[in-house]
Design a protein around this ligand. Structure first.
Ligand code: ADP
Ligand code: MG
Length: 469
């Protein structure tokens, strides 16, 4: 710096507060003070400038009417600073990766130009605080290291005016101290603003994640309420139909008994009537079996759980289904893991679960047959440890839109189906505190996974070393 003392009027650096540092569209400003109408391909869009930006423009206007007034380059540079400030929000949206860096760089360039046109020597210009504009902008956009980098760059741009000055003047200690003070003020302002900006960004992120969590919780709550209402309705309906089914079973018994008696009595005298009585009897049998299955499903069951080897239960179920369908061309593949934990289960009910799944797979692969793969492996679901039993077939699969419905009572796509098999599966597995999932793509076979949890303490009991009971 020259021996001359720098002229240092009390010029305040107005920090332009960012309309939206996170890069939202600037025209969505909350309070509009100045509106610029712009026609874009026949459609009119409003460019709204909020009051803080208006204030910023006013301050730049005030700088423009301070000396040197007749310096055209100075006025143009101030106008360019204003334009950059107005378009900055948009630039950040248009160039999300580098927009902020471009904005700061442009402001440093403009600040440097301004100094070149506002003093005999740029280093002595009283407009030096204009560097606070890029410095504070960087502090609001970047982290501490980014802020330091941009502040250092702005300082370097300012110091570049030393080169021409040193050609004519010598740098005194006072001049050097003055320059260092100014540079240190850049850093001081930058780090102070950055600290607040980082804190605000951190809080905004925390609030946003909290808001997202709350929205998710609300959504789940609404879903749970809806499910609870549906369950209540279904429970009431279930109770009513169970009562009805119970009442139907007694008259069915009487009808069946009477039809069989008629059949026997009329066998010789009236073959036609006897045949009709036979129909009544066989249809009543079917109805009665249906009512019994429904009552089995609806009746609350007391589980008799004991740790058991799930492989034996699955094998019994597979053998039972194979015996029911001797004509089926189904190959069964078993992949059973070693050292499986003994899951506490009601063996009779779990056998029914696996039978229902195997039976569905057999039916799905009719008439051409196919392969049913059964896998049993230890599994971890969330915090729960247990056994997963997978039934995978090579049938037509289940269309995704039906995957939720198939577990509803009486949902069936089969001509002679009852639609209770999977709802019984789901009910029994629920009672074991496990879950059943279906994975299926239409045309690529169905895959049912049953997870049975292992109770605390039973986790260590394995198939290789069964517990005492
Ligand atoms: N392995 C499978 N492959 C394809 N569809 C299946 C399979 N298992 C179940 N489904 C579908 O789920 C429906 C309901 O099954 P379920 O409750 O056992 O009743 P049902 O066997 O009497 O139809 C079946 O009608 C069928 O559409
Ligand atoms: Mg079935």
């Amino acid at each position: 710096m020259s021996g001359r003392k720098a002229h240092n009027p009390n010029v305040r650096s107005r920090t332009p507060e960012k309309e939206n540092p996170e890069g939202a569209e600037p025209e969505i400003a909350q309070s509009g003070a100045l509106s610029v109408q712009r026609a874009t391909s026949g459609r009119r869009r409003r460019l709204t400038v909020n009051w803080i930006e208006t204030l910023f423009l006013l301050i730049l206007g005030a700088l423009a009417v301070l000396p040197p007034i007749r310096e055209l380059h100075k006025q143009l540079t101030l106008a360019a600073v204003a334009v950059v400030q107005l378009l900055e929000g948009r630039a950040v949206v248009w160039f999300p990766r580098h927009g902020r860096g471009y904005a700061v760089l442009l402001k440093i360039v403009l600040a440097t130009l301004l100094l070149g046109h506002t003093g005999e020597m740029g280093i002595n210009s009283s407009y030096w605080p204009i560097y606070f504009v890029p410095v504070v902008t960087a502090a609001t956009y970047f982290g501490p290291w980014g802020t330091l980098f941009w502040t250092a760059l702005a300082s370097a741009a300012y110091c570049s005016y030393l080169i021409p000055a040193l050609q004519e003047y010598a740098l005194t200690w006072e001049g050097l101290a003055e320059l260092a003070t100014r540079l240190l003020f850049f850093f001081l302002a930058a780090m102070l603003v950055n600290r607040f900006a980082v804190e605000i960004r951190r809080r905004a992120a925390a609030y946003q994640s909290l808001a997202e969590q709350m929205a998710e919780t609300n959504r789940r709550l609404a879903q749970a309420q809806e499910e609870a209402r549906r369950s209540e309705r279904l429970a009431a309906l279930g109770q009513m139909s169970a009562g009805l089914a119970h009442e139907i079973r007694n008259p069915l018994g009487v009808i069946k008994g009477s039809a069989e008696m008629l059949n026997r009595k009329l066998q010789q005298s009236n073959p036609l009537a006897s045949e009709l009585a036979g129909y009544i009897s066989s249809e009543v049998n079917r109805l009665s079996a249906l009512v019994t299955r429904f009552l089995d499903f609806a009746r609350p069951q007391a589980l008799e759980r004991a740790p058991a080897d799930v492989r034996e239960v699955v094998d019994r179920a597979l053998a039972a289904v194979a015996a029911q369908r001797p004509e089926a061309k189904v190959g069964v593949e078993r992949v059973y893991a070693e050292g499986l934990p003994h899951a506490p289960m009601d063996e009779r009910l779990c056998e029914q679960v696996f039978q229902n799944l195997a039976l569905n797979a057999y039916e799905a692969m009719e008439p051409d047959g196919g392969t049913l793969s059964v896998e049993i492996a230890p599994a971890q679901r969330g915090a729960g440890h247990g056994v997963e039993i997978t039934f995978r077939d090579t049938g037509p699969g289940i269309p995704p839109e039906l995957c939720q419905q198939i577990f509803n009572p009486f949902f069936t796509t089969k001509k002679t189906g009852v639609g209770l098999g999977l709802s019984i599966v789901s009910k029994i597995v629920d009672e074991h505190r496990g879950f059943v999932r279906v994975e299926s793509q239409s045309g690529h076979g169905a895959c049912f996974r049953v997870f049975l949890p292992v109770a605390e303490g039973a986790a260590s009991a394995t198939a290789a070393s069964p517990p005492a009971n």
